[in-house]
Design a protein around this ligand. Structure first.
Ligand code: SF4
Length: 317
């Protein structure tokens, strides 16, 4: 029987960003240098496959510093950590290795600079996300307020509107953040902030690729974890830019479920991307599974090329 045709648009850039790539290498290199086990506070990046493969070579994932023995190295995840966590490792005289993405560190440094200048900081981000906890934890609690929604931006009360700054989580929706910042800048004209928001190049590029791909696709699939802010935003961006359906695919089980119910007559134009913490493996699995059942016309959808790399910390060079 003749296979049915589908167009599969493949977004680029997609998948691993330079910050995730560096964090994974940091764990691998720490194991090479110090032997195993090495301890990693929190998932190094939000992806189970990555975490499991690092666990196999000797990484032990813990939620708090005190869960690791004092005589083994502890690695801080790509999302960054509050100052209190760094201090705890210091007090316990542990070797600590910081895998915080340099673009998150930049936001930490901005936040500290504003605090040193006596400014109250409005951090735009999602409550309880590790990056937000880490950034808020750079300054005393009373100097930072979280802004999650437009309503928060409309209602936030501040003591001194002349001593105010903002910063943003790096993995937010570009469009939602723009709206929130417009409200803040209108309410507080002298608010200080970065020239452009802190949303990183990888988040920006993956969202731009999805936005333009949404014009060509009926359905967009996003490979990425349930707790990956970056991946969840890609699903939202796809839906808000006109696709009929967009779905997060965290694992092969969900992928198979999607394929069981996939009807190419209804959605002959499929788009595929992956969040910044998702390895390419599942993308390739999906392509080969589709090729078994359908005549797949692969369409490269590149919006830009990325050539960002970050150095490893000095201790590992
Ligand atoms: S998504 Fe952006 S901020 Fe997060 S690790 Fe990647 S490059 Fe860094």
């Amino acid at each position: 029987m003749k296979k049915q045709n589908i167009n599969l648009y493949l977004a680029s850039p997609r998948g691993f960003c330079a910050g995730v790539d560096r964090a994974v290498k940091i764990v691998e290199e720490t194991i090479k240098k110090f032997g195993s086990p090495v301890y990693v506070r929190h998932e190094i990046v939000h992806n189970k496959d990555v975490v499991n493969s690092l666990a196999k070579i000797g990484a032990v994932f813990v939620e708090e510093v005190h869960e690791a023995p004092k005589d083994r190295p502890i690695i801080f995840s790509a999302h960054g950590v509050p100052k209190s966590v760094v201090n705890e490792a210091k007090q316990r005289k542990m070797i600590s290795i910081d895998a915080t993405c340099p673009l998150v560190t930049k936001v930490h440094n901005e936040t500290i600079r504003h605090y040193n200048l006596g400014r109250h900081i409005l951090l735009v981000g999602h409550r309880n996300h590790p990056e937000v906890i880490g950034t808020m934890g750079q300054v005393p609690n009373e100097f930072v307020s979280l802004i999650e929604t437009i309503d928060d931006a409309i209602n936030i009360k501040v003591k001194n509107t002349e001593k105010l700054a903002y910063a943003t989580q790096t993995t937010l929706s570009l469009d939602d953040t723009k709206e929130i910042l417009t409200v803040l800048k209108k309410r507080f004209p002298s608010i200080k902030g970065p020239n452009s928001e802190d949303i990183c190049y990888a988040t920006t590029n993956r969202q731009q690729a999805v936005k333009s791909m949404a014009k060509l696709c009926d359905t967009i699939l996003v490979i990425g974890a349930q707790n990956s802010s970056n991946s969840l935003r890609l699903v939202e961006v796809a839906l808000s830019h006109g696709v009929k359906t967009a779905q997060l695919i965290p694992d092969e089980y969900t992928l198979n479920k999607f394929l069981e119910s996939f009807n190419p007559s209804l959605t002959p134009n499929l788009g595929l991307t992956a969040g910044a913490s998702a390895p390419e493996t599942l993308v390739q699995v999906l392509i080969s599974k589709l090729k078994k059942d359908f005549e797949v016309n692969l369409v490269d959808h590149t919006v830009t090329k990325e050539n960002v790399t970050f150095n490893l910390p000095k201790i590992l060079r």
